[in-house]
Write a protein that binds this ligand. Structure first.
Ligand code: AMP
Ligand code: ZN
Length: 485
């Protein structure tokens, strides 16, 4: 391996060298989306950040098992501290069945992953596919005395747990402080203590998804899903557990409690938390209503932005911020990213045309090492990008005859730049905006579409638009004609 990757561990508050439990194999679990609606740009930032982590671990030579679940059932704690079945709620609103809702938004989510050039995880297990595993862990927690049943529901007994373990080990939250924060909770009366949380909920008459359990018909709590799926695919203890910062408490704290409560051990060696995408300094969120959809920004239909930005530009924009920093999404920021990306891609094109000389005059080795050094320091993509720009500066100097490079070194430099831009940062070959090679084809297709529109043949015109969208090409009709990206 030869590479030492240092990662900020939220559990200890320190950067630690990644030492996989099993040599070159790394097990990584990341909490996936709750598919009751289309993932917004904020959700995508977290998944893109972990895509970067995954890509760099692969680049460093690790064999990574990357597990990212899909939450398609369960009671989630909402912003008011209440546990609700958000998928069931959306299903009732849209007059669909729960799994139809999940399927519909999962199709979208998979499309978005391709659009943003994210590598598929090794496995994407669903909560509904792992009910039995959840029941088994709940049984263990009960056997060990860390849970209790009330009226067909099962709760985690936090007070009992605190006699043996440290509740708050990850988030640093003190139960006394929590008590003041907690408002009147749903089914509060069933819980013995306000910090207890549901492992299993008795079915309600309106529930669309119900499973049999030793405690009667019902459905699982949210936290238990992740414990069941991480254990099944990665074992009781694995290397990295990730998710957005907002999941640290209560979700991850409760996952840890469930692992100690059932198996007596800490599930992950390193806990990683990715920071939020903000709008005007506020976290982008569904409940605040300040969100926009990844597709809107690519299509240019978001009222917040005057023009569309390609997924490549958005990805580059995100990579320019460290994953542990918040990032405000603004038009100025995206415009700057568009310029920056095109400057970097120009450098990449130029390096293809450079002519070598007999010897090298600049310190190419240090420069190339700096790419890895940046990523080995807690996946510091902004520093990596700065170092790539430094390489672009040298490429221009060589091109202007002010520096020289030998053919061997040129080959190494080319490969390194290529690998870091495409494979590590996950940027794609086509420049920002449009791929010009497609222009003649697009001229023809858009011409056919406008002929259909003139004849008011909306079915054909919509078919063309939707077919293009499925291929990742978005058309926008404006005063000066139809634009595409
Ligand atoms: P959810 O579907 O709500 O469970 O969220 C899926 C993932 O997106 C979780 O890891 C959240 O922490 C993350 N997330 C939610 N909002 C944001 C945001 N504004 N910026 C970054 N990540 C977010
Ligand atoms: Zn989770």
């Amino acid at each position: 391996m030869g590479q030492k990757i240092s990662i900020y561990n939220s559990l200890t508050g320190e950067k630690e060298i990644l030492t996989p439990r099993n040599n070159q194999f790394v097990g990584m679990y990341v909490c996936g989306p709750t598919l009751y609606s289309e993932p917004h740009m904020g959700n995508m930032r977290t998944f893109i950040n972990f895509d970067l982590v995954y890509r760099y671990l692969l680049h460093a030579g690790y064999k990574v098992k990357y597990v990212r679940n899909i939450t398609d059932a369960g009671h989630i704690t909402n912003s008011a501290g209440q546990e609700e079945d958000s998928i069931g709620k959306a299903a009732r609103l849209e007059q669909l069945q729960s799994l139809e809702i999940v399927y519909k938004y999962n199709v979208k989510f998979q499309e978005l992953q391709r659009l943003y050039n994210m590598l598929p995880p090794s496995v994407e297990p669903t909560a509904t596919g792992h009910i039995q595993e959840q029941i088994e862990i709940i049984e263990k927690i009960l056997e060990n005395g860390y849970g209790y049943t009330v009226n067909g529901s099962v709760y985690f007994d936090t007070k009992r747990y605190m006699q043996d373990f440290n509740y708050g080990i990850l988030s640093g939250r003190k139960v006394e402080e929590l008590e003041n924060e907690t408002r009147s909770l749903n089914n509060q009366d069933e819980k013995r203590f306000f910090a207890d949380f549901a492992l299993w909920k008795k079915a309600n008459p309106e529930d669309m998804q119900i499973w049999r359990s030793p405690w009667g018909d019902g459905n699982p709590g949210w936290h238990i899903e992740c414990t069941a799926m991480s254990t099944k695919y990665l074992g009781k203890q694995f290397d990295i557990h990730g998710g957005g910062m907002d999941l640290k408490f209560p979700h991850h704290e409760d996952e840890i409690a469930q692992s100690y409560g059932s198996f007596g051990c800490q599930p992950a060696s390193i806990w990683m938390h990715a920071n939020m995408l903000n709008v005007n300094g506020q976290k982008m969120s569904k409940s605040l209503g300040n969100f926009f959809l990844p597709q809107e920004i690519v299509e240019g239909t978001s009222p917040l932005f005057k023009k569309p930005y390609s997924p490549n530009v958005i990805r580059f924009f995100m990579m320019q911020a460290h994953y542990r920093s918040t990032l405000d999404i603004t038009e100025t920021g995206l415009d700057a990213a568009e310029k920056g990306l095109s400057r970097m891609m120009e450098g990449l094109k130029l390096v293809e045309r450079l002519l070598p000389s007999v010897s090298t005059s600049f310190k190419w080795k240090e420069l190339i090492d700096s790419f890895d050094e940046a990523m080995q320091d807690d996946f510091n993509a902004p520093i990596l990008i700065a170092n790539l720009f430094e390489a672009v500066r040298y490429i221009n100097l060589i091109n202007d005859g002010k520096e020289t490079i030998s053919s061997d070194h040129l080959r190494i430099l080319k490969t390194a730049i290529h690998v870091f831009i495409y494979h590590v940062l996950g940027l794609t070959a086509e420049g920002p905006g449009q791929d010009k090679r497609l222009q003649p084809v697009m001229d023809l297709v858009l011409d056919l579409r406008s002929q259909a529109r003139e004849k008011k043949d909306w079915a054909t015109s919509d078919k063309i638009r939707d077919g293009l969208a499925a291929a990742g090409i978005f058309v926008k009709d404006g005063k000066e004609g139809t634009d595409w990206s």
